[in-house]
Design a protein around this ligand. Structure first.
Ligand SMILES: C[S@@+](CC[C@H](N)C(=O)[O-])C[C@H]1O[C@@H](n2cnc3c(N)ncnc32)[C@H](O)[C@@H]1O
Length: 264
């Protein structure tokens, strides 16, 4: 039987990670605000970033902080989607995944093979551009990235570590989870909160990542906690969880839910 983990909520900034000891986290699973997506324009403006580069410079500080709090061999998993936007030069792609890859590597992480999460769409024939006439139609952006990184060399665990044996995945799980394209995870329903949408990801994403890259009793951090999807998944899998969230209302809601869960 898995004992639920402890959830700690910190109202604070992902770029600082206040109160989290260096080297104390085994896994980071997160999804930051996506640059060049209108939903997050206001937040980036508040933080003084209006250009693509400035937005990623801000996120880059969060990857530096994540590197500091991860243990040697710890894993960073970042869910991010690219953006499309028409600017003064016309319509173009803003490759968020490429910026996160480059900046996390600059923060000291080793990039690992990544996952592509294909979001099932209920508009299979959706297209952008000129429809049936070449050459000006655009490919639909229906995949998001789950970028994977490690801090330093792989972790060394004692042979036959019972926690590791207990965390074993089945052959079917391994075949599904470690193939690069995930097509079987439905997108989450969005909740309206604080006058905006939180951009929550579906619980199956952190559930898989927590089982793939951590052991029971270890610590999982989400520095952009939002509605806490990572925290609740980690808790139910017997991992301790830390959520950092800068929005006071969301942080209060997370704290309330964590206290309720601890009392049960
Ligand atoms: C894409 S949402 C995360 C959604 C989350 N995965 C979930 O399932 O609910 C990004 C979150 O990061 C928060 N955020 C933005 N900038 C932050 C910062 N500098 N430090 C901490 N949290 C931040 C936002 O308030 C938002 O809740």
């Amino acid at each position: 039987m898995v004992l639920p983990g402890i959830v700690r909520v910190i109202e604070g900034d992902a770029r600082r990670l206040p109160g989290i000891e260096p080297g104390s986290v085994e896994l980071v699973v997160t999804s930051p605000p996506y640059p060049m997506i209108p939903q997050w324009d206001g937040l980036f403006r508040t933080l003084g970033a209006t250009s693509f580069a400035a937005m990623h410079a801000l996120l880059g500080e969060a990857w530096v902080a994540a590197h500091r709090v991860l243990c040697e061999g710890g894993i960073l998993a970042v869910n991010i989607g690219d953006a499309l936007r028409t600017g003064p030069d016309g319509f173009r792609l803003w490759p968020n995944h490429a910026e996160v890859l480059a900046r996390a590597e600059a923060a000291g992480f080793r990039p690992l093979p990544y996952l592509l999460w294909q979001k099932p769409t209920n508009r299979p024939n959706a297209y952008l551009g000129s429809g049936f006439l070449p050459p000006n139609a655009y490919v639909t952006l229906d995949c998001e990235f789950i970028l994977l990184f490690r801090k330093g060399a792989p972790r060394r665990l004692p042979p036959k570590d019972p926690r590791r044996l207990a965390a074993r995945y089945s052959r079917a799980e391994r075949d599904r989870w470690f193939s690069q394209l995930w097509q079987d995870v439905r997108a989450a329903r969005q909740r309206a909160e604080n006058g905006g949408r939180t951009g929550a990801f579906p619980p199956e994403l952190p559930r898989r990542l927590v089982r793939m890259f951590s052991l029971e009793g270890e610590t999982v951090l989400d520095p952009f906690a939002g509605t806490g999807t990572t925290l609740w998944a980690a808790r139910e899998l017997g991992r301790n969880a830390i959520g950092v969230e800068r929005d006071p209302a969301l942080a209060a809601e997370l704290r309330k839910r964590a206290a309720g869960a601890a009392a049960r």
